[in-house]
Unconditional design. Structure first.
Ligand code: SAH
Length: 247
């Protein structure tokens, strides 16, 4: 039977990090830039999500924060488009990979081992753009990350979140299909109960003064092995929200 969600039951609000989640990404870090390894879906998704962010926020010259940056796929894609990127993550090994890859690619990106919440303490209203892609489903309390992202972005600035919807289809494709049938991802990569519906994510944004501008599905075509923007948000989706300016 499909498990029910425990999304709103944070296990540790004082320190919003799940060590077992971080350990999963630490173990796989050396293969982060292997386009055919376990991060293949992130590689396949990267051009479409970077284009989406660039189209809506014109990243060139913009101070941009990538929360839960991992090995730096999005950080590099946005740097290539002219953004001035800071990447943060709680995984040490993914950050080492990210730093090394940026250096080899001749890119300047600031990487720090920290959480969104901690970074927000000293960096309120600092970034033009804050992104946190494919991370909310790995933290105990997603609302706390969303609040921190809202603090970090400047008034009028943009925030982007992407995650997996909590639908039977997402369970079938992202959990059973990818982890158990295709063996594309290690078993246990995704916990269905942590998937977030677009309505929940929109509500969480509004709770913290972010106004939702756009929600777009990211749908995968197994024949072309590519993601594209789509009307259906049944599995993967990305959301664009803007921080309201004080009146
Ligand atoms: N955003 C990247 C990587 C997604 S994988 C991309 O889409 O390409 C999720 C990442 O979130 C991992 O690198 C993991 O280490 C990180 N992470 C999980 N919980 C975190 C937390 N509480 N704070 C910071 N990073 C976290």
């Amino acid at each position: 039977m499909m498990p029910k969600s425990t999304l709103h039951e944070p296990t540790d609000t004082s320190h919003n990090v799940d060590p077992s989640e971080i350990a999963k990404f630490e173990r796989a870090a050396s293969r982060w830039w292997d386009a055919n390894g376990e991060f293949k879906p992130l590689h396949q998704m990267n051009p479409v999500r970077a284009n989406f962010i660039d189209r809506l926020s014109h990243v060139a010259g913009k101070k941009t924060l990538d929360v839960g940056c991992g090995g730096g796929l999005l950080s590099e894609a946005l740097t290539h488009r002219g953004a001035e990127v800071t990447g943060i993550d709680m995984g040490k090994a993914p950050l080492e990979v990210a730093r090394m890859h940026a250096e080899q690619s001749g890119l300047t990106i600031n990487y720090h081992q920290t959480t969104a919440e901690e970074h927000a303490h000293n960096n309120a209203n600092t970034y033009d753009i804050v992104c946190s892609l494919e991370m909310l489903e790995h933290v105990p309390d997603p609302q706390s990350v969303i609040n921190a992202c809202a603090t970090l972005v400047k008034p009028g600035g943009s925030v982007f979140f992407s995650t997996l919807n909590r639908t039977p289809m997402a369970y079938l494709i992202a959990v059973l299909g990818a982890e158990y049938i295709a063996n594309l991802l290690p078993r246990g990569t995704h916990d269905y109960t942590k998937f977030i519906t677009p309505a929940e994510l929109s509500h969480a944004c509004r709770q913290t003064g972010l106004s939702v501008k756009k929600i777009t599905g990211l749908s995968y075509n197994p024949l072309t092995q590519k993601f594209k923007e789509a009307d259906t948000v049944a599995i993967n989706y990305i959301i664009h929200a803007v921080k309201q300016s004080p009146h």
